[in-house]
Ligand binder design. Structure first.
Ligand SMILES: Nc1ncnc2c1ncn2[C@@H]1O[C@H](COP(=O)(O)OP(=O)(O)O)[C@@H](O)[C@H]1O
Ligand SMILES: O=C(O)C1=C[C@@H](OP(=O)(O)O)[C@@H](O)[C@H](O)C1
Ligand SMILES: [Mg+2]
Length: 196
């Protein structure tokens, strides 16, 4: 009797899982890029735990991100974010979705670079804006002109996100398709650098 053929989708998951090994996969990029929602799908495809650093920060502090910014300011939030991400990356494999400012912070970036394979979900301004303007939970966008603020953040941060190991273009396609593209990028990276 012949062996059942693996479906294309199964082989994508399996190949990505093998390529990742015991490393963590860390999603970085601007607000609205899809780190939290795509990261969750990627983890479930890979069959490994998913953690969103913002959710973990909210869990340990018992405050929302907005409350933390309001009560302690951005610098304190960044210090807490560094500690939480350092701890989350201590063991793997996991998919860790970070908040948009995490990779921009030098200390946090160092932990991410050491802690696994980083993926930048890169999107253009209109895609990001369409997504973030539907919710008012992001303290950095509570400005007179939030779209301009987002554009300023893009200009300041994109050269830094470009230091991530991999880049995947985040566009208006289903989140499942974005997740498959992340898996494909993990496989491709392994082909280019099999020792890693
Ligand atoms: N590929 C996508 N297509 C449509 N909507 C998306 C896509 N990716 C994310 N979203 C939506 O955009 C918003 C921001 O996504 P989220 O995952 O929270 O981004 P991030 O964590 O990078 O800020 C959410 O409402 C999410 O459902
Ligand atoms: O870009 C940033 O500095 C931030 C992004 C947010 O996460 P998302 O990128 O998941 O929205 C959250 O960590 C906080 O509001 C600060
Ligand atoms: Mg998020």
């Amino acid at each position: 009797m012949s062996e059942p053929l693996l479906t294309v989708a199964d082989s994508l998951k399996d190949r990505a899982r093998a390529a990742l090994g015991s490393r963590n996969l860390i999603l970085v990029g601007l607000m609205g890029a899809g780190k939290s929602s795509v990261g969750r799908i990627v983890a479930s495809q890979l069959g490994i735990p998913f953690i969103d650093s913002d959710h973990e920060i909210e869990r340990v502090s018992r405050m929302t991100i907005a409350e933390l910014f309001a009560a302690y300011g951005e610098d304190e939030f960044r210090a807490l974010e560094t500690r939480v991400i350092k701890r989350l990356l201590k063991s793997g494999p996991r998919v860790v979705s970070t908040g948009g400012g995490a990779f921009v912070n030098e200390r946090t970036r160092r932990h991410i670079k050491r802690g696994g394979l980083s993926v930048w979900l890169k999107a253009d301004l209109d895609v990001l804006w369409e997504r973030v303007n539907k919710r008012d939970t992001r303290p950095l966008l509570k400005t007179e002109n939030p779209k301009q603020t987002l554009e300023n953040l893009m200009n300041a941060r994109y050269p830094i996100y470009a230091q991530a190991d991999l880049t995947v273009l985040s566009r208006d396609v289903r989140k499942e398709i974005m997740a498959d593209e992340v898996l494909t990028a993990v496989i491709e990276a392994q082909k280019e650098s099999p020792a890693s």
